[in-house]
Design a binder for this molecule. Structure first.
Ligand code: ATP
Ligand code: MG
Length: 583
């Protein structure tokens, strides 16, 4: 391709909302432009990257025996009502009523649809296993779209779904997908770690997440100091802390006026103590019809983990209660709930293990503008009872251990996740088959997702320097850029010759034939992150040479003009082979 004919609008300035480097560089390098909050248009260079990511994904999925399909972007709401996920996805799901008054959903994922399709075709165990996938746009009305394409509203996902007659068969395919994902991320050139994950809205019995470790990731990975355990924060288990022996001399509870003090930070300031000295109580509703009101009690330095809380209630829908429900249940506005005297006011109280390790703390008084001092767990509120239970319901924090090993924390970007779904969808949607004994059974399913755009952004997050992007060669918009630095005929001619030869050799090459200064061309080449640059200048050309520079290295080499294309083509092949796991 010729640069002069391409739309690669590189810019110096970045918009204010581009907080992280990948977002900034995708704008600066002219890879994409924002249309509206969380929606982007991919320009030619950006789309080339996405196509390459998709091709890697496609080739590995095909190799694993999966078959590509395409499902509609608009799905009937009824299917979501059948599985109850219309409630679970809540406002994240974008919906509209069509002219026939029917509700439709803009596909945020496709478990319901694929199960419905398969339900219509499946009769016998003999038809399984099979694994079908699509690469298509998904829409999620994210509460806070940000970080460019890392959390956008519209994004490209590869989603696949496998169907099985028994769990052993699901386990086999799950392992194949797990290995396939390892190859996909290796070939795309992004570093990754695999962690145990919670299955979240998907439901099911097992899940792993593929995460690219980097500072700007929104996910938190928890791993043990000896690396024997790694999970994401939603899943990470913690050892229970040793139970505290209450101090018999602790004075009785004292009510303290705390007008307008609501946050833990304000409380720390007011009581002059650390967040860990507080007992935090959050009110949730559990279940959809006639929801129960439940109090979750954790330390002031801890966060309730809604996934763990969901587990405590056997997978029922759990949601933070509205201000009205909180006020009705506790008798106080949000911010003043506390465990003392609460058992008679709510349907149940779940107390985190760590509270039993506290000798004394400060808690909300269930009264506006009031807190209680000298609250002793076990003395001033029951730790066990008919509707009181102790469980692990919080996120791991600094200082926690698991299996006796210290837990460490790292940020990352979730690029893919695999799930063993079991029969959650097939049972509800009626994807049944006749087994070997002629009995009707719901199909056993697995599902496997990859965020295509997130791979692109993760590659930039983990590959950049002050000058721009450093792409892994497998997903770079071009493999080689030729920069003639001035307009003399012999320079132009040499550039054209190398360009022609590289094209013939099958190298993806961009010829910077713009009428621009060398400095401008170098800047854009670096910003775009093309892995190999050939520079043709007057002085070197007079010596019968051209310059060769690899984007990730600082060294500039002079190579002979004759045979330059062959040499560069060989280098490109070597660089690609390093990422190709088959090699
Ligand atoms: P997250 O927890 O980050 O919201 P998720 O667990 O809901 O993601 P999945 O339902 O597992 O996401 O979707 C499969 C893949 O799609 C994810 O692994 C991720 O790479 C990608 N993805 C999900 N949401 C977004 C988004 N808003 N923008 C870009 N990619 C996304
Ligand atoms: Mg996920």
């Amino acid at each position: 391709m010729r640069y002069s004919q391409m739309l690669i609008p590189t810019v110096k300035e970045v918009p204010n909302d581009a907080e992280i480097i990948s977002h900034q560089l995708m704008i600066r390098a002219g890879l994409m432009r924002k249309l509206a909050s969380g929606t982007y248009t991919y320009l030619p260079a950006g789309w080339r990257v996405l196509l390459k990511v998709m091709n890697i994904v496609r080739s590995e999925m095909n190799k694993a025996g999966a078959q590509e399909i395409l499902m509609p972007a608009v799905q009937p709401m009824e299917l979501w009502q059948k599985t109850g996920r219309d409630v679970d996805y809540g406002p994240t799901m974008a919906k509209f009523k069509d002219r026939h008054e029917r509700w439709n959903v803009l596909a945020p994922t496709a478990e319901e649809v694929v199960t419905y399709i398969v339900a219509g075709e499946l009769n016998s165990y003999k038809q399984m296993p099979f694994n079908i996938y699509q690469i298509s746009f998904k829409f999620r009305d994210e509460f806070r779209p940000r970080f460019g394409v890392l959390r956008s509203r519209e994004f490209i996902m590869k989603d696949s779904y496998s169907f099985h007659a028994n769990f052993e068969c699901l386990d086999k395919t799950y392992k194949v997908m797990y290995e396939t994902y390892k190859r996909i991320f290796a070939r795309a050139g992004v570093p990754y770690v695999i962690v145990e994950a919670e299955s979240g809205e998907m439901g099911g019995t097992g899940s792993h997440q593929f995460t690219v470790p980097c500072e700007n990731g929104e996910d938190v990975i928890v791993y043990s100091e000896d690396s024997s355990y790694a999970a994401n924060i939603e899943k990470a288990a913690v050892d229970p802390m040793p139970k505290a022996t209450p101090d018999a001399n602790t004075p009785a509870i004292e009510e303290v006026a705390t007008p307008d003090i609501k946050t833990i930070e304000q409380l720390c300031e007011f009581f002059k103590c650390r967040a860990s000295s507080f007992i935090k109580t959050l009110i949730y509703t559990v279940g959809v019809e006639n929801p129960k009101v439940v109090a979750a009690v954790v330390g002031g330095n801890q966060d309730v983990n809604p996934e763990k809380l969901t587990q405590v209630f056997g997978g029922q829908h759990v949601e933070l209660a509205s201000d009205e429900i909180v006020a009705k249940a506790t008798g106080a506005p949000v911010g003043f709930a506390g465990p003392v005297g609460l058992a008679s006011k709510v349907d149940s109280i779940i107390i985190d293990h760590s509270i039993t390790a506290m000798k004394v703390g400060v808690a909300g008084a269930n009264k506006a503008d009031c807190h209680l001092k000298n609250v002793v767990p076990g003395r001033d509120f029951a730790l066990e009872g008919a509707n009181v239970k102790i469980a692990d319901i919080r996120n791991a924090v600094e200082g926690d251990t698991y299996n006796g090993k210290r837990l460490l924390f790292k940020r990352g970007i979730e690029v893919g996740q695999v799930f063993k779904l079991g029969t959650k969808y097939s049972a509800k949607i009626g994807a049944n088959f006749l087994d070997e004994n002629g009995q009707s059974q719901p199909a056993i399913m697995g599902c496997y997702g990859i965020g295509i755009n997130r791979i692109m952004a993760s590659a930039i997050e983990t590959g950049n320097d002050k000058d721009g992007i450093i792409w892994p060669i497998s997903i770079a918009p071009f493999e080689v850029i030729i920069t003639p630095v001035s307009e003399e005929d012999e320079i132009k001619q040499a550039a054209e010759d190398i360009y022609k030869k590289l094209n013939e050799l099958g190298v993806e090459v961009l010829l910077d034939d713009r009428d621009a200064r060398g400095g401008v061309k170098f800047k854009d080449a670096d910003l775009l992150g093309i892995p190999v640059r050939i520079t043709i200048g007057k002085k070197t050309l007079a010596e019968g040479k051209v310059e060769l520079k690899v984007r990730s290295e600082s060294e500039v080499k002079k190579i002979d003009l004759g045979g330059a294309a062959e040499q560069v083509s060989k280098l490109v092949k070597e660089m690609k082979a390093k990422l190709d796991v088959e090699a």
